[in-house]
Design a protein around this ligand. Structure first.
Ligand code: UDP
Ligand code: MG
Length: 337
């Protein structure tokens, strides 16, 4: 998060950025949504202005080919409440959101989709919840308006899996409408399709997380950018998250342990084979067990070495970026140095 980017200290025509630090930065990733954009900007502006919430809208054009980028550039020159960030090509929703976070300066950050499926009218409610002392408030599309078989079912399964494995107890990870404290986002790095795991990543960073039911509408223009394949990518990302949650700071505990078990079993089988060969003179050259023993030994050594390498990498990961292995919520003391 970078500060001091917005220096317009006046109320814009659209009632937008009214102070140096707006109450909220609304981050919208956009890929080919030109028909929705005018309606979207209007909806966000009118909701927030009528609730006396000062705001900036950060529209990130993620390599659109339908003129969304040109529209945003035009509007960016006219409106004082809009920052148009144009990416060079299509990087995907996660990257587009990360770009938006980088330019956001607000006291809170809200993300939502550009296709009007999320309702900007829900933003004040999310912000109110955030003010109750949460670091992340996630929307829950109770009445989701998407296809039943190709979207709802995979998403139900994925949500169940994520809930079971990440111990973040919310219903709808896929909902883009979420509100964050900026400090939280500054602590997180996004890769892959990890935006839907932001609650899980936030949990790793020790955040207070909650959810509120939000409205959801069917798509009015264009098509969804995703199909059934997304489910598999989500599952792979889930594995990454799981590993990060449990073993980020101690990879040797998982690789080392597996390696040792494997080496130990390999050695045990080897000793047994040596014994039957020497004591009973049995042929062991053509026994499948011999192959298993060798395989276990080799994989065991590899896993062990992998764990050592992972330990080194983990240290580089934390130290090169000055990332502590803990997060402090607050320090209460009469004299803090
Ligand atoms: N999006 C994006 N880059 C992409 C794909 C999607 O910025 O490569 C944006 C898209 O414009 C929309 C949001 O991400 O604002 C969610 O996409 P979509 O509505 O297609 O997903 P769904 O609602 O079907 O899950
Ligand atoms: Mg959508």
């Amino acid at each position: 998060m970078r500060s001091g980017l917005v220096d317009q200290g006046v109320m814009g025509e659209n009632g937008g950025i009214s102070a140096i630090v707006p109450d909220v930065s609304v981050v919208v990733p956009i890929h080919d949504e030109v028909e929705s954009l005018p309606l979207l900007l209007e909806a966000i502006a009118s909701t927030l202005a009528s609730n006396q919430i000062s705001y900036e809208i950060i529209c990130v054009d993620d390599g659109s080919t339908d003129g969304s980028g040109d529209f945003l550039k035009q509007e960016g020159q006219i409106r004082s409440d809009l920052k148009a960030v144009i990416l060079r090509r299509n990087y995907g929703q996660t990257a587009a959101m990360a770009a938006g976070f980088y330019y956001a300066v607000g006291k809170a950050i809200v993300t939502l989709d550009a296709d009007l499926q999320n309702d900007p009218a829900d933003i004040p409610m999310l912000l109110a919840k955030l003010d109750e002392g949460y670091d992340l408030v996630s929307g829950w599309r109770q009445k989701r308006q998407d296809g039943a078989v190709n979207r709802l079912l995979p998403s139900k399964i994925a949500n169940w899996l994520i809930r079971r494995t990440t111990s973040v107890n919310i219903h709808d990870y896929g909902c883009s409408l979420k509100a964050y404290r900026p400090e939280l986002l500054a602590d997180m790095n996004l890769y892959g399709e990890l935006h839907r795991f932001l609650p899980a990543l936030a949990y790793i960073e020790g955040a207070r997380i909650t959810e509120v039911p939000v409205r959801h509408h069917a798509r009015r223009f264009g098509r969804s950018k995703y199909g059934i394949w997304r489910t598999f990518r989500v599952l792979m990302d889930l594995l990454t998250i799981l590993f990060m949650k449990k073993f980020l700071t101690r990879p040797m505990h998982v690789f080392g342990l597996l390696g040792l078990i494997s080496m130990f079993s390999g050695t045990a089988i080897g000793i047994y084979l040596t014994f039957v060969k020497l004591a009973f003179g049995e042929m062991i050259g053509n026994r499948p067990l011999l192959i298993l023993a060798v395989l276990l030994l080799v994989t065991g050594v590899q896993l062990f070495c992998f764990g050592l390498l992972a330990e080194l990498l983990m240290r580089t990961y934390h130290e090169s970026q000055g990332r502590p292995i803990y997060r402090v919520r607050e320090v209460v003391a009469k004299n803090v140095k």
